[in-house]
Design a protein. Sequence first.
Length: 161
Amino acid sequence: MAIKSLGYIGINSTNLDQWRDYGCQVMGLEDASAQNAADQSRLYLKMDEHPYRITVELADTDGFGFCGWETNNQQGFNDAVSSLQNAGVAVEMGSAELAATRKVHQLARFTDPSGNQHELYWGMISDFKRLVSPVGVRQFITGNMGMGHAVLPAPNFDATI
């Protein structure tokens, strides 16, 4: 597969204000909801040149939503989708509207054998704006690995890998 980085994560929350306070005042992230045309049911948190790295969506329960995995280009995206399909994974192509919401050119969604939701995408649409931390964090070093890593539950480890 041509996955190059963890691009973003989605979180489900019953209280966006708590996440806004934690994200901005504790983690030092910027609330970029206004720049991302968020409504009252979604929060966007920015940490670098990407429009956001964490999106928090209002939900009935708190928990993990999804991981967004950035591929190196459109061909890498196509190759990753093909690899998943060849492995028997059901892949759903995301709508143009969802891609616009995620600030990417194209995306696909799938669920791993442990029930975790994932999105593959290519072509992050940058706002070219630097982080403006409300608590003075100068920068987060994300680089080529994106956000770094995510630890997800995998009770069926062999199938999930």
